[in-house]
Design a protein around this ligand. Structure first.
Ligand code: C8R
Length: 250
């Protein structure tokens, strides 16, 4: 009996875990009208189900991305590295000024979720999946890599990036921002990159940091660069005062 209870418990746990990501996917997806969430879930699953969770390349998500391509939103697109909470604290309130990948359907549906499949199973797992750096081609990492690339591909006009003054290397070559997004900004579409250095109380770097030289050098010729040190409180103020014009946030 103990064994039967164990097996029942395990399979119930698995079903609930799966229900969980599927129901999260649908409830988040349904907030965006005019989309067939069932079709999107099926395309999403096809990317990783029944596959070795260390062998899901970026391209596995091509059919999903093709179904809901990102629209260019010139002068509003916001990129970030190691500043996710500050950025989303602002963009949640100032959708009139900025859009991040997490404000798009796919980005918001999959934000903060973990998922993977297994060879020989039609299930989606949310536990026991590879960690971010355990293997490059894991389902979560490949999704963010593929979607960041597609989001950066449509960047246009003046683009903003929030980097962190609280870390040693604000522009780190291993980040998605440095390795995937910046190389895709094209001078034919992007006029300017405005870096906002988020300065928190214990800041250790700012716009003078040497890593930003690498950022300037990796920009396509013709894209103007600027960098401004902005306190976290000023960013929050922009979020809490809708009367501040987008261009006057900092
Ligand atoms: N981007 C990357 N990673 C994202 C993401 C996103 O939009 N959304 C989420 N939730 N994540 P980091 P970075 C998760 O190291 O590497 C895009 C991933 O699961 O602070 O420079 C976005 O457009 C991953 O674990 O930043 C942004 O501009 C971490 O967040 C860059 O790429 C990666 O966060 C940020 O990527």
């Amino acid at each position: 009996t103990a064994l039967i209870i164990l097996i029942l418990g395990l399979s119930l746990g698995l079903t609930l875990g799966r229900r969980n990501i599927k129901s999260t996917f649908f409830s988040r997806c349904e907030k965006f009208k005019e989309h067939d969430c069932k079709k999107l879930w099926d395309l999403f699953e096809k990317a990783y189900v029944n596959k070795d969770p260390c062998n899901v390349p970026m391209e596995a998500y091509n059919p999903l991305l093709a179904e809901v391509p990102f629209k260019p939103q010139c002068n509003k697109m916001m990129f970030w590295s190691k500043t996710k909470d500050v950025v989303h604290g602002l963009t949640a309130k100032r959708k009139d000024c900025f859009v991040t990948l997490e404000d798009t359907l796919l980005g918001s549906v999959l934000d903060d979720l973990t998922w993977c499949g297994k060879e020989g199973s039609k299930d989606t797992f949310t536990a026991g999946c590879p960690e971010w750096s355990e293997c490059v081609n894991n389902p979560v990492r490949s999704f963010w890599n593929r979607s960041s690339a597609a989001f950066a591909d449509v960047a246009c006009g003046d683009v903003t990036a929030m980097l962190s003054g609280s870390i040693d290397t604000p522009f780190n070559s291993t980040s998605n921002f440095a390795s995937i997004e910046v190389p895709r900004f094209k001078a034919s579409r992007v006029k300017k990159l405005n870096v906002v250095m988020v300065i928190q109380k214990n800041a250790i770097s700012n716009c003078n940091h040497p890593s930003l030289k690498n950022l300037r050098q990796s920009l396509d010729t013709g894209i103007t660069y600027s960098c401004k040190d902005v306190s976290e409180s000023r960013i929050q103020e922009c979020g809490s005062k809708p009367e501040i014009a987008c261009g006057a946030c900092w």
